[in-house]
Write a protein of this length. Structure first.
Lengths: 331, 278
């Protein structure tokens, strides 16, 4: 695609792009310039343009996330209830003690963890199946892909209402089919329905990420395995899965962190009743119903830390497979 | 014999296709069906309506509550999408075409934001926006939407931009086109599909949001449809809002269905390229 000189052979992709740069220079000249005087006028201009173009995006992202997180750390160290603003004062870690010794917090934490683990596990299996169907089906590929995108695109609240009415005694087609009572008034069945709604909504996203991985599996390799007498299952576990590993890890990481944020479905389905609150639901209730900024911020910080730990563990365990790393970028 | 196996394989795949389609569509059909039921048959528990009516739609379009929310939803999502795509395109252009220090950092930061627990921002943003007077306003929602749409926009657009044969620009200039012409006639048409796909994905994200909309608004001024839906009470205290909720739900599902029907291929390629190439 381009004439390009790779000085140290380091970052092939970046240099390939670079070679096509606007500032057309004779390659040899360019290589020399790079090696000796790293900052020519062109180079400086390119840097400036790069920074200039990225600045607005970077600024917005940092202002709307980093600053509030720091601010919420500050708020979490205060007694700050909007109903009693006069009593605002610095109280150190007292809020953390309050939250971490509170059984509601731990119940919500447990619920969130349970939903995360179960839904992500189920979605991985279903998503893999759906990815295989979308990728390999001989008929109606367009129809399947279109249908699968509907759960992905639909407003979560809409889907949640659909499930809620489906399980409402009298109204719903599912409630009348499967149960005598009101499933959304009991804890276990409520949690099951919340998970069902989550799985329905997000399996297609998982499947799309996995399908991107499937596209990387060389067809020749599958044919060769098949000629050598590998069964379909062997082809799947011995050929496809190893090639897909990075895609699977990315999908798992994204879905795990996303599942941990579960909120919309719970809000509509149970409103957190019968101990079905997730940590997000609890933080919302503390803020909007309780108007307690100190406690709400403490929960914000704790959720942030939990998610950071999950992400860290993922990246540590699976190393370079994290998206944004070179592996992912270059394919 | 060979024909026989392919037919059987096709049948098997066809059956799997049907399962997927049914599984995906049932909840949507169900809420649509509810929205056409009359109040008398609403609780009959049947999947399809026995009597059809448009009353639910008539009622939501005559109440201010829904119309205001719809205007808010459309306005906020469109503005946020436009800004996010422009800012994202600038950054993605720099990432895919220019060499500058800090590039990896930017990619890293956007990845972190893509994984950021949004609920962590709810309490601090609530307080910050209250102090700045942004609480319960359009900009108050547009800002967080842009922020969380940007990683998506940057990833998808960089993936698209990397596929554009930029040499064509040089070729056009050699043939005598000015920089502006080269951009307008050659590069812009090549980049347009990527921008369009990104815009759809970002719009779907903004359209879907519930968490920010429910915490950073308090009145009809900026409340979007998903939130209005969850607070619908019906015209009077004694009226069951189910029909109205379902009708409103169907209305906000229509744009999604249209996007998916017409741009399936683009959405799939946008999501997969952005996600895997990072």
């Amino acid at each position: 695609m381009s004439i390009n000189v790779t000085p140290a052979g380091a970052d092939v992709s970046a240099d390939a792009e670079h070679g096509t740069g606007r500032h057309a220079a004779v390659p040899a000249q360019r290589a020399r310039r790079r090696a000796k005087t790293p900052l020519s006028e062109n180079k400086k201009a390119e840097r400036r343009l790069g920074w200039l173009l990225c600045a607005p995006a970077a600024l917005v992202m940092v202002l709307v996330t980093a600053y509030p997180i720091v601010y919420s750390v500050w708020l979490s160290l205060q007694r700050f209830d909007l109903r009693f603003p006069d009593q605002r004062e610095f109280i150190g870690l007292e809020n953390y003690v309050t939250v971490l010794t509170n059984e509601f917090w731990w119940t919500a934490f447990g619920v969130t963890m349970l939903i995360t683990v179960v839904t992500v596990a189920v979605e991985l299996v279903l998503g893999m199946g759906l990815a295989l169907i979308m990728h390999r089906t001989l008929v109606g590929r367009g129809i399947v892909r279109t249908a699968a995108l509907i759960p992905y695109g639909i407003v979560t609240v809409v889907a949640a209402f659909s499930w809620r009415y489906a399980w409402t005694p009298g109204t719903g087609y599912l409630a009348n089919l499967f149960s005598d009572g009101a499933p959304l008034t009991e804890r276990a069945s409520s949690l099951a329905i919340i998970m069902l709604a989550e799985i329905w909504k997000t399996t297609p996203f998982m499947a799309l990420l996995l399908m991107a991985g499937l596209a990387l599996v060389p067809e020749d390799l599958l044919k060769a395995a098949s000629t050598d007498g590998a069964t379909a299952w062997q082809r799947f576990t011995k050929v496809m899965l190893p090639v897909m590993k990075p895609a699977i890890l990315v999908a798992l990481l994204f879905r795990t962190l996303d599942a941990f944020r579960v909120f919309d479905n719970i809000f509509v389905l149970t409103a957190g009743g019968n101990e079905t609150s997730s940590v997000s639901m609890l933080a919302y209730n503390n803020l909007i119903r309780g108007l307690n900024l100190g406690i709400g911020s403490t929960m914000s910080v704790l959720i942030f830390l939990t998610v950071a730990i999950i992400a860290f563990v993922f990246v540590k365990l699976f190393g370079t497979a994290a998206p944004g790393s070179d592996d992912g970028e270059r394919r | 014999m060979a024909v026989d196996t392919t037919t059987r394989a096709k049948l098997r795949w066809g059956l799997l296709d049907v399962i997927v389609v049914v599984f995906a569509l049932i909840p949507v059909l169900w809420i649509a069906s509810l929205s056409f039921k009359t109040p008398a048959t609403l609780t009959d528990g049947r999947f399809w309506p026995r009597e059809w009516t448009l009353d639910n739609y008539r009622s939501i379009f005559t109440t201010d509550q829904f119309l205001r929310a719809l205007v808010n939803s459309i306005g906020i999502a469109l503005i946020a999408t436009a800004i996010a795509v422009v800012l994202g395109a600038m950054a993605a252009y720099a990432i895919s075409r220019l060499d500058f220090p800090g590039k990896r950092l930017l990619v890293g930061v956007s990845l972190l934001i893509a994984m950021f627990p949004q609920v962590s921002l709810v309490s601090p943003l609530f307080e910050i926006e209250r102090q700045l007077g942004l609480f319960d306003t359009w900009p108050g929602l547009i800002l967080p939407y842009i922020t969380f749409a940007l990683p998506l926009a940057i990833y998808t657009l960089s993936a698209f931009f990397k596929q554009i044969p930029w040499d064509l620009e040089k070729a056009a200039k050699m043939d005598g086109a000015t920089q502006g012409q080269a951009f307008r006639r050659v590069i812009a048409p090549l980049a347009a599909p990527g921008l369009f796909t990104t815009a759809i994905l970002v719009f779907i994200f903004c359209w879907n949001d519930f968490l920010f909309a429910v915490t950073l608004t308090s009145t009809e001024r900026a409340r979007t449809v998903p939130v209005a839906l969850s607070f619908f009470t019906g015209e009077s205290q004694f009226e069951d809002p189910t029909g109205a909720i379902c009708a409103a739900a169907v209305v906000i599902t229509i744009p999604i269905i249209l996007f998916v029907l017409f741009f399936q291929r683009r959405i799939v390629s946008g999501l997969t390229s952005g996600a895997v190439k990072g």
